[in-house]
Design a protein around this ligand. Structure first.
Ligand code: IMP
Length: 199
């Protein structure tokens, strides 16, 4: 694979970039959309994480012709039949923020005992024009009030299995021990390492 050490990461979310750079260390060089001079908000019009991840990666591949990857993540709550899922970013409606989404989630879970939830990340990699997918899951529970101020999104109400802290009470390094995104990235790294040794 040519240029296997350099990949464009199809996101405008700086938190995701920081988390992924932490996992990669100096093994691979990640270029953000901004650094690649691409100023677009890529649509996420589909009803699965997989389809949205594909859309984002193929959009950037068509624009650049370079190896690239995207990721789409959703919070899947068991008692809400997997909601907010693919709609995690817009759960409380277009133009609403992380706090509105958390408020809606906690409201919908009021008086519900089953608090089981999971973050699921799907990565779509386009390498040499071909697509490969990787998944990472982190199981946990939704607590009934926000705790902590680190991270982003639903981090203040999500406690991963094996911890007593929410993601928002953890440093980025602590979160990465449990992180769905890290698990998916490790699969991507394994794949790229194998490609490298085969060339
Ligand atoms: P996206 O569509 O993959 O950017 O993510 C959808 C939404 O899921 C984000 O806007 C966040 O609200 C939420 N989300 C994704 N990853 C995380 C995470 O690691 N922690 C908390 N919330 C997250």
């Amino acid at each position: 694979m040519s240029n296997a050490n350099t990949l464009i990461f199809a996101t405008n979310n700086q938190n995701k970039v920081n988390e992924i750079r932490l996992v990669l260390g100096n093994m691979f060089n990640i270029i953000t959309l901004k650094e690649a001079g691409i100023d677009i908000d890529i649509p996420e019009p589909h009803n699965t994480l997989e389809a949205n991840a594909t859309e984002k990666a193929t959009t950037i591949f068509k624009l650049t012709g370079s190896n690239c990857f995207s990721e789409d993540t959703g919070l899947e709550v068991e008692a809400l039949n997997g909601e907010p899922g693919v709609k995690s970013a817009r759960y409380a409606g277009e133009g609403r923020n992380f706090n509105d989404n958390i408020d809606k989630l906690l409201n919908n879970l009021q008086a519900i005992e089953n608090r089981k939830a999971r973050f699921r990340t799907v990565i779509s990699l386009i390498a040499e024009g071909k697509e490969f997918m990787f998944e990472g899951i982190c199981n946990g529970n939704i607590i009934n009030q926000e705790k902590g101020s680190n991270g982003f999104g639903y981090d203040p109400v999500f406690v991963p299995d094996g911890s007593e802290k929410t993601f928002a009470e953890m440093s980025m390094e602590e979160k990465s021990v449990f992180s769905h995104r890290k698990k998916a990235m490790l699969k991507l790294i394994d794949f790229l390492q194998v490609q490298k040794t085969n060339h």
